[in-house]
Design a binder for this molecule. Structure first.
Ligand SMILES: [Zn+2]
Length: 637
C-alpha cells in the first residue's frame, strides 16, 4: 500500500537519548556500572509533591500520587552514593560529559550556549529519588542532512538518566539506583520529518555521529528514542523509549494507520449520529447472567467476591472489532484505558462474543438485560467492584473521545511496531532552576580545544580504512556505517598483529550471518569481542574458530571467551602437535602419496582440516603439509 505521507500532513519529531561512556556519573563520582546481583541496601520513599506543584500536575501524575504507592529503592555500596539517595547535594557537573556533549554539538553544526544552567524537570513516577530530573541545554540549533532535505535540530541537552524500574505491584514500585545519574545526551529534532523512512534515516545518522566520538555506551538500553507523531486532523502522540532504531519506520507507519482509522471511526460515529450525551456511565451488575459461565476469567472474579459490570455503548456495534493497527482493534484502545485507570486485566465486548468461554446464550441474556438493539455494543468488566467501576468510567471517557477523533496520549511500543496506551500526554514539563549547582561558563578556549580534537569526518575515515587498513571499498563503507565503528577502531589499534580486514569481517559479516542463523548476537558484548581478538592475537585459537566461539557466547553470555574455548575444545594446536598429526596421516595414506606424488596434497589437506579446523590457522596447515609431502617424496627418490 502506497501512502502519500506528505499529503496526510505527517509530522514527526525525534528525541534521541544516548548514554555517554564517561568515567563517572553526571553529578557524583560513582562509576557507570549496572549490577545484576542482589542489592546491598533497600529503602522506601513516598514522593510528596507540594500542593503548588500538584495544582498544575497532569491527571495521570495526580492519579499515580493518589494511588499512594511506595517506591522501593535498591542500592549498592560501590556504584551508588548519597547523591543518588538524595541525601547529599549534587556535585559539579562532570566536565568529561560536557566535553562529549560539546563535541557532538559541534559535529551536528549546533551553537553551544555561553553558560550552562542546570534545570530541574519534575518527574512524579518515582524514577528519581529527588522527584525531578536534572537537565541542561548545551547547544541550540544544528541540523542533519537527509535525502528528503535538511532536518533542523532544536536542542542538545545533557541529562541524568533515571533509576531502572525492576518491577511493580499494586502497593509498590521497585527501582534500582545504579543507573540513576548516568550522563545522557539528548538530541531533539524539529518536528519536520515527513515520512517513516526519513525518521529512521535521521535517527541512524544522529546515532552515527554519536558513535563517531567513540565515547558513548553501546548495547541494549543505552540508546532510547522518543517520537512525537501527528497527521492533519489527528493529534500529537508521543511514543516513548524505543530502543531499536530499526523499528522506527514501522512505528511511524503504524501510528499513521492508527490515527487514520480513528478518524474513520469518528466519521462513522458522526454518520450514525452518536452524541456525547448518549454515552452514559450507567453500569449494570450482570453477575447473575454468568452464574454458570464457562469463562474462566469471569468465574475467577465471581468466586473472589467480584462482580461483572456491563456498559452499553449505543450505536457502537462493529466499531470495537474494527482493526486500527495490525491485530489491534478499537476495543484494544478501550481495554488499555480500563487496564490503566482501573487496574483490571482487560474488557470483553460483544463485537468479539461469543468467545473466551462466554456462550451465545449468555450474550443474548446480556443484551436483553441492557435493552440493547442490534446496533449497540456491550462492554463487560469482571473484577472487584471498585476496580470494575473505575475501568468502565475510563471506557466511557475513551468512547466519548472517539467522537472527536484521536486523543493526545503517551504510548509505549510493542516488539512488532504497534503501540499501546501508557498515559495521557502531560502538559509542558515544569522546569525550575537547580539552585545547588552554579552556572558553568563555556569558554572560547574550551570550544577551540574540542574543535581540534573532533573525530575525522566519515570520508577521511573511509579513505584510511581502504588505503591504510586494506579493506575493500564495500567493507570500508559497511564499517563506516557500523554500529560497532568505534569498537573496530579500538581493536585495530589494540591488536596491530591482526589484519584489520579480519576484524571488520568478524564485526560485520560474521555477526550478521550468526544473527541470520537465529543466534541472539545482541548478547555478545564488547568485552567478549575484545577478549576474542586477544585470544586470536596470542595464537590461543585460529581464526577459523571465530564463528564457533561467537555462537557459543551468544547462547551463553555469562561465559568468558576462555571458557568458550575450553568448552568447545578449541585449544590451539602447537606446530609440533600438527606435525605429529601430519606424520600419522601420511603413514595411513602411504599408498596415495606413492601413486599421486605431490598431487596427493589436495585430498590429504581435506582430511587434515577435518581434524584440525578451528584449532590452527589453515595456511599453516597447508604449508606444513606441503613441506612434509615434499620431504617424504625427496627421501624416496
Ligand atoms: Zn553517586
Amino acid at each position: 500500500m502506497d501512502i502519500d505521507y506528505r499529503a496526510l500532513g505527517l509530522k514527526v519529531g525525534l528525541e534521541m537519548h544516548q548514554q555517554l561512556n564517561t568515567k563517572h556519573k553526571l553529578f557524583c563520582r560513582c562509576p557507570l556500572r549496572l549490577r545484576q546481583d542482589k542489592p546491598e541496601v533497600y529503602f522506601l520513599r513516598r514522593l510528596r509533591p507540594t500542593p503548588s506543584e500538584l495544582g498544575e500536575i497532569d491527571p495521570a501524575a495526580l492519579f499515580e500520587y493518589k494511588r499512594g504507592r511506595f517506591y522501593v529503592y535498591e542500592s549498592y555500596e560501590d556504584n551508588v552514593c548519597l547523591v543518588e539517595h538524595d541525601e547529599e547535594p549534587p556535585h559539579e557537573m562532570n566536565p568529561e560529559a560536557i566535553d562529549i556533549a560539546l563535541e557532538v554539538a559541534l559535529m551536528l553544526h549546533a551553537k553551544p550556549v555561553d553558560e550552562i544552567h542546570v534545570m530541574r524537570k519534575v518527574v512524579i513516577d518515582g524514577s528519581n529519588t529527588t522527584g525531578f530530573q536534572r537537565t541542561a541545554v548545551i547547544a541550540l540549533g544544528g541540523y542533519i542532512d537527509d535525502l528528503e532535505g535538511r532536518v533542523p535540530l532544536e536542542t542538545i541537552c545533557l541529562e541524568e538518566d533515571a533509576a531502572r524500574k525492576m518491577g511493580e505491584s499494586e502497593k509498590e514500585v521497585r527501582y534500582r539506583l545504579d543507573r540513576l545519574g548516568f550522563p545522557l545526551i539528548e538530541v531533539t529534532t524539529a518536528p519536520v520529518i515527513h515520512s517513516p523512512a526519513q525518521a529512521e534515516r535521521v535517527a541512524y545518522k544522529i546515532g552515527q555521529v554519536l558513535r563517531m566520538t567513540g565515547r558513548v555506551r553501546r548495547g541494549l538500553g543505552t540508546i532510547r528514542q522518543d517520537l512525537n507523531i501527528s497527521i492533519k486532523g489527528g493529534a500529537k502522540i508521543e511514543i516513548k523509549g524505543v530502543q531499536r532504531l530499526d523499528l522506527l519506520a514501522k512505528i511511524v507507519e503504524y501510528e499513521v494507520l492508527r490515527q487514520l482509522n480513528l478518524l474513520r471511526i469518528r466519521d462513522e460515529l458522526l454518520r450514525r449520529n452518536v452524541k456525547e450525551e448518549d454515552i452514559v456511565p450507567d453500569f449494570i451488575d450482570v453477575s447473575h447472567v454468568f452464574r454458570n459461565t464457562r469463562s474462566r476469567v469471569i468465574r475467577r472474579a465471581l468466586s473472589s467476591e467480584g462482580v461483572v459490570l456491563a456498559l452499553k455503548l449505543p450505536n457502537f456495534a462493529g466499531l470495537l472489532g474494527y482493526e486500527i493497527q495490525p491485530k489491534k482493534r478499537f476495543g484494544t484502545e478501550l481495554s488499555d484505558y480500563a487496564r490503566f485507570w482501573g487496574g483490571v486485566g482487560g474488557i470483553f465486548h460483544t463485537d468479539e462474543l461469543p468467545k473466551y468461554g462466554i456462550s451465545g446464550d449468555e450474550v443474548a441474556k446480556l443484551r436483553a438485560e441492557l435493552g440493547c438493539g442490534e446496533r449497540d455494543c456491550v462492554v463487560l468488566v469482571a473484577d472487584d467492584e471498585e476496580k470494575a467501576k473505575r475501568a468502565l468510567e475510563a471506557v466511557v471517557e475513551r468512547a466519548i473521545m472517539a467522537l472527536k477523533g484521536v486523543p493526545e496520549e503517551t504510548r509505549g511500543y510493542n516488539p512488532d511496531g504497534t503501540t499501546h496506551y501508557s498515559r495521557p500526554r502531560p502538559g509542558a514539563a515544569r522546569m525550575y532552576p537547580e539552585t545547588d549547582i552554579r552556572p558553568i561558563l563555556i569558554t572560547m578556549d574550551r570550544i577551540e580545544r574540542i574543535l581540534k580534537m573532533l573525530p575525522e569526518p566519515p570520508e577521511v575515515k573511509l579513505r584510511k580504512f581502504i588505503e591504510e587498513y586494506g579493506l575493500s571499498k564495500e567493507l570500508a563503507r559497511q564499517m563506516i556505517h557500523s554500529y560497532r565503528l568505534d569498537l573496530f577502531e579500538r581493536l585495530v589499534t589494540e591488536f596491530p598483529r591482526l589484519p584489520p580486514r579480519l576484524i571488520a569481517v568478524t564485526l560485520e559479516q560474521t555477526m550478521k550471518s550468526l544473527a541470520r542463523e537465529g543466534l541472539p548476537v545482541d548478547n555478545i558484548g564488547d568485552e567478549h569481542l575484545m577478549d576474542l581478538f586477544k585470544a586470536l592475537s596470542e595464537g590461543l585459537i585460529a581464526k577459523e574458530a571465530i564463528p564457533n566461539v561467537l555462537g557459543y557466547l551468544a547462547k551463553n553470555p555469562e561465559k568468558s571467551v576462555k571458557e568458550a574455548i575450553k568448552e568447545l575444545g578449541l585449544r590451539a594446536l602447537s606446530i609440533e602437535e600438527l606435525d605429529g598429526l601430519i606424520e600419522s596421516l601420511l603413514k595411513e595414506n602411504e599408498e596415495l602419496v606413492r601413486k599421486r606424488g605431490a598431487q596427493a596434497w589436495q585430498p590429504l589437506m581435506g582430511m587434515l582440516m577435518k581434524r584440525v579446523r578451528g584449532k590452527i590457522d589453515g595456511r599453516t596447515v597447508a604449508d606444513r603439509l606441503k613441506l612434509h609431502i615434499s620431504k617424504l617424496l625427496s627421501a624416496k627418490s
